[in-house]
Structures are given as C-alpha cells and as structure tokens.
Ligand binder design. Structure first.
Ligand SMILES: [Ca+2]
Ligand SMILES: [Ca+2]
Length: 264
C-alpha cells in the first residue's frame, strides 16, 4: 500500500513539473516583432483647388484630406496624419503624444489619447487635456503604435502652429453686380485664402468652386472686404471659408474659419 502511495506522489510531482514546463513553452510562441515605424505626414500645403504637392512620390492635388498635419475648420484643433499602417496585420491601438518646446527644453509633454486601430490614418486633437488656449504655440506630435502582443514602435515627429481663426462677419447681396464678403483681421496675419464650396451631389462632399489668395490687407481696418462679380457664379446655395496663414516662410502655421452657408 505504501508503495502505491509513493508511486502516486511521484506521478503527481512529475505531472506538475510537466504542466509547469508546458506553461513555460508558451512564451516561445509570443510575438516579439514590433510594428513598423509609422511615418507622420508633415504639412504638405494648403487646399486652394489648384495647388499640387509631392504626396509620397506621387504628384497629387492638395485636398483637406491629404495635406498632412493641419488646422481644423470645426474648432481650435489640429489634425495629425500618418502614412497608411497596412504593412502590419497584427496592430491593435496607437497612442498620441504632444509636446512643445521652450528655451528650457520640452514642456507640456502630454499623453493625448489611446485609439483602437481603424482604417483612418488621422487623429484630431481637440486639446481636451489642455487648459488655456492652444493658439500661438508650436505643437509637436508623434504616435506609438502597438500590436496585439504589446510590442510598440514610436513614429517620427511633426509640428504645427495654430493661429487665430478668421471671424466671418458678413456676406451681402445688396450690390446689384457683386457679392461682398467680410471677415475680421487678425493681428500678425498678412495672408488669407478665401474659399467658396459647392455641394457635390454624388457623395455630399464639398467641392471648391472659387479660391482667392488675399495678401494686401490694410492693417488699419478691423476687417477684410472681398468682392467679386455675381456673374462668376450661377445662382444657388454655396459655402464659404477663410483660411489664415502665419509667417510666409513657415507654412506649418495657420487656421481655418468655420464654414458658413450663403445663397443668392
Ligand atoms: Ca508584431
Ligand atoms: Ca489648412
């Protein structure tokens, strides 16, 4: 009887050791390959209906969707963009980080958000974790992409500076020949881009029907006035937006007004 008990104990010990060694073998199957480095898209240019840009080796018309890091019309927000992540099939989520620089070094270093991977290759930073204005700062962004096993890789870094939004103050159709548009001037801004959009029937997207770059604004006036002959457009409903740009030598700064409807 004692012999049977002893052999039973030995069997249990061996079985336990076997289970422990199996648990250890699982680690051999764990994925240790980190995701490929995500490439952030710097600001490639501004949407005026005509300008082309070098989009990863391809000549492409600049749109609001492909121009890289940019201001967002809806608020004092920044849209960041990266090249498609479709090289890796085991991606799970990404983290967004933001900081700015002062003479003392990096400041306001912030973990902005954690987002499940989807087909979208952009993220809109609404500055929810930032107190005070997001304007007038050079904001630097990078993302960290994670796979399902928890491996991660940091992207490179891109930068954008938000300026004040043009305040659309008026549209008037009282002149028999011209349409007149007004918006408030912004100190430090010398270049505006006036845009008119039509609604594309097929997919409901806004398509550009007129753009005008306006540079010689009088700093003495509290507003900018722009007018053009009514004959340039057929009667109907349209939308307008005004973009503002900072220093001409630094294209990575600007703002986009809200989009406003008008009809004549
Ligand atoms: Ca992996
Ligand atoms: Ca823009």
């Amino acid at each position: 009887m004692k012999k049977i008990q002893a052999s039973l104990i030995i069997m249990i010990v061996f079985y336990s050791l076997f289970l422990i060694s199996c648990a250890g073998e699982d680690s051999v199957l764990v994925d240790t390959t980190p995701p490929q480095k995500a490439e952030m898209v710097p600001h490639l240019g501004d949407f005026d209906g005509n300008s082309q840009t070098d989009y990863w080796g391809n000549n492409a018309l600049i749109t609001d969707e492909n121009n890289g890091i940019d201001a967002v019309s809806g608020g004092d927000w920044i849209r960041i963009m990266w090249k498609d992540l479709n090289e890796d099939t085991d991606l799970e989520f990404y983290r967004v980080y933001r900081y700015r620089e002062e003479f003392s070094g990096i400041v306001d270093s912030t973990f902005v958000d954690s987002v499940i991977i989807s087909n979208d290759n952009f993220y809109i930073d609404k500055f929810n974790k930032h107190s005070g204005t997001a304007l007038y700062n050079d904001w630097f962004y990078y993302i960290e992409v994670f796979d399902r096993a928890g491996n991660s890789t940091f992207s490179d870094t891109v930068c954008y500076r938000l300026e004040e939004k043009p305040n659309l103050s008026g549209f008037s159709d009282v002149n028999p020949d011209s349409l007149i548009f007004q918006w408030g001037t912004i100190s430090g801004i010398s270049k505006y881009l006036f845009l008119i959009f039509d609604k594309n029937d097929q997919n409901g997207e806004l398509s550009i029907v007129k753009s005008e770059s306006i540079t010689d604004t009088d700093p003495q006036f509290p507003w900018v006035e722009y007018s053009f002959p009514k004959s340039e457009l057929s009667n109907g409903k349209y939308y307008w937006r005004v973009d503002a740009f900072g220093d001409d030598n630094d294209k990575k700064s600007g703002s986009e007004s809200i989009i406003s409807a008008f009809e004549f």
